[in-house]
Design a protein around this ligand. Structure first.
Ligand code: AFD
Ligand code: MN
Ligand code: MN
Length: 410
């Protein structure tokens, strides 16, 4: 018996002793779904350059292969999120993408339009002062409804890079009105069963204003658009020290949380592997989600979870696998919180006991439970080991001659 198996037996007893149903926890971990970003398996980089990776995905078909390999070793990512800018097909048809992904065991998740890469977007897309740019962007957004439909997806994930760099550059209220007009055109064009997940970001590429800058703006927009518009929280898109778990609790309570772009950051939108810099924050976000899931009045089943990361110094596929493992860890620890003890302590105003209860779960070594879950899912207990032993990296290096292209076309 491996050491981790003995640790699992003890951990299962510890959790049972705390009133946690271990089988229920394992079932929830097996049901977890995290969408893989097609744009993260190709080469990506920063504005200072792209470090090309041998074997990097060269096109959408390679991306599907890479995502299928990640799903083979991890098991909680049977969906690939797509970015229409980089997932183009030769003939502009997307059913083949859906069909090939399905052949490889993947569904297509959120589809992301392009409103930021192109010379025409210099002064913005739907907020641009140039009417022609605004209209051509709206035409693209409406075409993304077709693409989403053809890919068999029901979610459009929209990030707006629009902003200004200088005071006085443009009329701020007019830009807000253009923004709403653009989003309304998209919202009205969507099929009745589609959801629009609206992402915000407090700065970059705009350095003086960003038109869709924070959760309040996204929430206001979603509220004005309708029930099928929800807020998309990208963990890296907040000012330093923002309390993201608090924002998540508000959006959950309002029924306006659409989903997440998961990553981590130290300073800006660093797009680092999720759970690597601030694992406590990721755990506290999942704590809000697990708490809400136990409240019949709060809808969490349709919240979508995507990675949105840029792997510049680590191998992309390994970076994604490790991010998934850290995200599983955060979720597993949140499931190990003794909710009854926590609730009683909160209601009694017992600050110390309430905090200790949360931190007791965070400080558990939950890895033996995750290894057990993976084995019960028919997988190696450590996906990174499984990936490295499987020889996929060597295979794609040999097959994909020359560096691939990717999010930045590097
Ligand atoms: C960049 C943006 C935003 C967007 C992602 C994919 O900051 O997070 O969701 O690219 O387009 O990271
Ligand atoms: Mn994002
Ligand atoms: Mn980002």
């Amino acid at each position: 018996m491996a050491i981790w198996e003995r640790q699992y037996d003890v951990l299962a007893d510890v959790l049972a002793d705390r009133g946690i149903d271990v089988e229920e926890v394992k079932a929830k971990l097996k049901a977890q779904v995290i969408e893989l970003p097609s744009w993260a398996v190709g080469n990506s980089g920063t504005r200072y350059g792209v470090f090309r990776e041998d074997g990097a995905a060269r096109h959408i078909w390679d991306k599907i292969e890479d995502c299928a390999e990640i799903q083979r070793v991890v098991g909680v990512c049977p969906v690939m999120a797509s970015h229409v800018l980089w997932d183009v097909t030769d003939d502009g048809r997307y059913e083949p993408v859906r069909d090939y992904a399905a052949e490889r065991g993947l569904g297509i998740g959120a589809v992301h339009p392009n409103t930021f890469m192109g010379q025409q977007f210099r002064l913005g897309s739907i907020c641009s002062p140039d009417k022609q740019v605004r209209q051509s962007t709206i035409d693209h957004l409406v075409d993304c409804v077709r693409i989403t439909r053809e890919m068999g997806s029901k979610v459009i994930g929209m990030w707006l890079a629009d902003g200004t760099n200088y005071p006085g550059q443009d009329h701020l209220r007019t830009r807000k009105q253009r923004l709403f007009e653009g989003f309304k055109a998209l919202y009205d064009a969507m099929d009745d069963d589609m959801i629009l997940a609206i992402e915000y970001k407090y700065f970059e590429p705009g350095f003086y204003t960003t038109d869709l800058m924070d959760w309040g703006m996204s929430y206001m927009l979603c509220s004005r658009l309708g029930d099928r518009a929800k807020v998309l929280v990208d963990v890296g898109h907040h000012p330093p020290n923002a309390n993201i778990e608090h924002i998540v609790s508000i959006l959950l309570d309002e029924g306006k949380l659409g989903g997440f772009h998961l990553n981590d950051r130290k300073y800006g939108d660093d797009d680092l592997m999720a759970g690597t810099v601030n694992p406590l924050q990721l755990f506290l976000i999942y704590d809000q989600l697990v708490d809400a899931a136990q409240d019949p009045a709060t809808e969490v089943d349709n919240v979508i979870y995507m990675l949105d990361q840029s792997h510049n110094v680590e191998p992309s596929i390994e970076g994604i696998i490790q991010s998934l493992m850290y995200t599983q860890t955060a979720y597993a620890k949140a499931l190990a919180v003794e909710r009854d003890t926590l609730g009683a302590a909160q209601n009694a105003g017992d600050v110390i006991l309430a905090n200790r209860t949360i931190m007791d779960a965070y400080e558990l070594d939950i890895q033996p439970l995750l290894k057990q879950v993976r084995v019960e899912m028919g997988r190696h207990p450590d996906p990174i080991i499984a990936y490295r032993e499987g020889g996929y990296a060597r295979k794609i290096n040999d097959e994909r001659v020359g560096a691939g292209i990717g999010a930045l076309g590097g």
